[in-house]
Structure formats: C-alpha cells, structure tokens
Ligand binder design. Structure first.
Ligand SMILES: [Zn+2]
Length: 163
C-alpha cells in the first residue's frame, strides 16, 4: 500500500464510486472497500479495538460491538473453502456460463473463517479444488477493477467436493 494510492482512491466522490460499480452493493458500509478496489487494494473491515476482521462489511464489530471499524488491506492469500461452477446466472461482462463460470469462497489467511467470494482466473473445472492455495489478482470487469483469485498451489488428491 502507498499513501499515493490511498489518497487517489479517497478522492473519488460517492457519486463517481457508484458510477464506477453499477449494480454492485456500494453503500455507506462498503464504500471504503470499493474505493480500495480502484487502487487495487483488497480492503476488509477490521476492528480497531479488538482486531477482529469481518466480511461482508458492517458498521459494528461482530465480536465486541465496537464501531471503531477500519477498512484494512489484506494480503489476498488464502485457501479455497468452497468451489462452485455456475451454468447460468445474471449477465455480466466477461462471464461465460457455458464454460461454466467458477466461483470460490476463500478462507483468507488473516483470520480463520474470514472469507471472501469471487471467481478464479485461468482455472477449469478440473483444476479448482477445496484446499487449493490461491493468491489475489485484479482483472477489469465492465470498466471496474475486480478482485479475483489464481490457484498457486493445488490441493492434494484429498481435495473436497465441487458442485
Ligand atoms: Zn472488536
């Protein structure tokens, strides 16, 4: 993270932020997260008092009820917790359900049970498994940066089920 990137993302007005992410759940609680996307920083809310992370964004810490919640950058590394393959879904630029489209929920390394859901790049159905190690990447979708994952270390043959 750099101060420059932080400042640049912070200068985006609420109106521009909404315009950059049409159809996305941009609101008071998630605005910092989406501003982070513009700077290619994956920001997850963390409690400034007890240190607990939570996702999706909420205004109050689920562990200690503190409202001292700070959007904080994560490394974006983690382990695939759930992998599904969509054969149909809402139309989205760059999404081809005929492939079908992979969706993974990743256990982020920062905290057990802290999970973020997105897609996987360059991975077909046979190559995405529960237990795979992944790393964060950024792609452009509809003109907006989208945090995605890439498999960096395949799980063993004991990998879990994929629906
Ligand atoms: Zn807390």
């Amino acid at each position: 993270m750099t101060e420059t990137a932080t400042a640049a993302a912070g200068q985006v007005s609420d109106e521009e932020l909404l315009a950059r992410f049409p159809g996305q759940p941009v609101d008071h609680d998630s605005a910092a997260h989406y501003r982070g996307r513009l700077a290619h920083r994956l920001l997850i809310n963390r409690c400034g008092d007890c240190g607990t992370w939570h996702q999706p964004p909420r205004p109050v810490c689920p562990a200690c009820w503190s409202s001292n919640v700070v959007a904080t950058e994560v490394a974006g590394t983690g382990t695939v917790h759930l992998a599904i393959f969509l054969h149909q879904g809402p139309p989205a630029p760059g999404v081809d359900y005929a492939t079908p489209h992979p969706v993974v929920t990743v256990d982020l390394d920062e905290q057990p049970g802290l999970r973020f859901t997105s897609t996987v790049v360059d991975a077909d159905r046979e190559r995405v498994r529960v237990g795979d190690r992944v790393a964060l990447e950024w792609i452009d979708r509809g003109g907006a940066p989208l945090p995605v994952f890439r498999v960096v270390e395949a799980a063993g043959s004991a990998g879990g089920e994929s629906a």
